[in-house]
Design a protein around this ligand. Structure first.
Ligand code: NAD
Ligand code: IPM
Ligand code: MN
Length: 357
């Protein structure tokens, strides 16, 4: 059976890390006898926008819906197109229209990488952020009134539906059940945000009744960010709303040394639509074009894609290869964010070669 993968590289370093993601996937596919067929799309980039006046063609949904998965780089180039236009016109449409309501973001201190948190070793930081991915603070409900006058008002509502909250909580509790520590932490802010966040807390309490074996705790988002830094070892599965999950999933990987290695899976668990796999990081205009971006976030996202497609062994082989290359610590191979002088290609090639061994 051939798995059809739609590839959208996007902007900036998205176009640089994508070839390394594909190189690793091809190595794993060969090793484990998996048939992958990649189809590249030019849309979903700021250059496409400048040419066509929109980020995506009108029939993007039809073009993409039949694929088994979407492999995605990073989008955004604020000097060319305002971020809210490029991102709302592409990535956020995929997440919403393909109902990818889970954003799963592992956060793990890898061997060979120095955490900026003093004394932390591999094993001390190993948790998942489960981010609600289709509603919450990222809503399109709101607007501007009295524009251009001194009475100007802008409103953007947070939307939480029972279905939306319960399904992400259920996913997170189910995930916690597969983990040895069986622990779930909920991110809240019910002391200040007095309607939606108490509702979130209420649904957590309700869902917890179905999982008596899971230890549940909650923190307000402000102290939770502090605890990510002070006590990252406390966490196992952390579930949060769209915005809180977004913030936690940059902070968590930063605690593991670099956001350049962090992967993510935007999942439609029912399989009604394709899921989307992408690094957590963005297009990094500050380093784009230099060939120095860390490709591990993209490569690890490819591993998550293989696991989603049913190839756990191949996915594990990619992660093991990443760990091996990082722990070898060859500064000619590793990129600058993890202490080396290598390039996107040198690190990507070393990982692909290790997969093939
Ligand atoms: P960013 O993640 O692009 O960069 C933040 C910092 O991390 C930069 O200093 C960058 O050089 C560094 N960095 C990121 N990825 C790296 C890698 N692989 N290797 C080494 N260093 C890396 O975040 P930003 O600067 O806030 O955003 C830049 C653009 O990307 C904006 O247009 C933003 O909207 C967009 N963005 C897109 C996505 C996405 O497509 N999923 C995610 C985040 C940001
Ligand atoms: C991410 C990004 C996106 C988000 C942006 C680019 C819209 O930060 O995937 O984490 O906020 O979800
Ligand atoms: Mn983010």
């Amino acid at each position: 059976m051939t798995h059809r993968i739609a590839v959208i590289a996007g902007d900036g370093i998205g176009t640089e890390v994508m070839p390394e993601g594909i190189r690793a996937l091809e190595a794993a596919a060969k090793q484990f006898n998996i048939a992958l067929e990649f189809t590249t799309f030019e849309f979903g980039s700021c250059d496409y926008y400048l040419e066509h006046g929109s980020m995506l063609p009108e029939d993007w949904f039809e073009q993409l819906k039949g694929f088994d998965a979407l492999f995605y780089g990073a989008v955004g180039w604020p000097d060319k197109v305002p971020d809210h236009i490029s991102l709302w016109g592409s990535l956020l449409q995929f997440r919403r229209q393909f109902d990818q309501y889970i954003n799963l973001r592992p956060c793990k201190l890898m061997p060979g990488i120095k955490s900026p948190l003093a004394g932390r070793q591999p094993g001390d930081i190993d948790f998942y952020v489960v981010r609600e991915n289709t509603e919450g603070e990222y809503s399109s409900v709101g607007g501007k009134m009295f524009g251009g006058t001194d009475r100007e008002v802008v409103i953007q509502d947070t939307v939480m539906t029972r279905t939306g909250v319960d399904r992400v909580l259920k996913y997170a509790f189910d995930l916690a059940q597969t983990r040895p520590r069986k622990k779930l932490t909920s991110a809240t802010k019910s002391n200040g945000i007095s309607i939606t966040m108490p509702y979130w807390d209420e649904r957590v309490v309700e869902m917890a009744k179905q999982y008596p074996d899971i230890a549940v705790d909650k923190f307000h988002i402000d102290i939770l960010t502090a605890n990510f830094v002070l006590h990252p070892d406390w966490f196992d599965v952390v579930v949060g709303s769209n915005l809180f999950g977004d913030i936690l999933s940059d902070l968590g990987p930063a605690c593991t040394g670099t956001i350049g290695i962090a992967p993510s899976a935007n999942i439609n668990p029912e399989g009604h639509f394709p899921s989307l796999f992408e690094p957590v990081h963005g297009s990094a205009p500050d380093i784009a074009g230099k060939g120095i971006a860390n490709p591990i976030g993209q490569i690890w996202s490819g591993a998550m894609m293989l696991e989603h497609l049913g190839y756990k062994e191949a996915a594990d082989a990619i992660v093991t290869a990443i760990e091996k290359v990082l722990s070898e610590g060859d500064s000619q191979v590793l990129t600058g964010d993890v202490g080396g002088q290598g390039t996107t290609a040198s690190l990507g090639k070393a990982i692909a070669d290790t997969i093939s061994q």
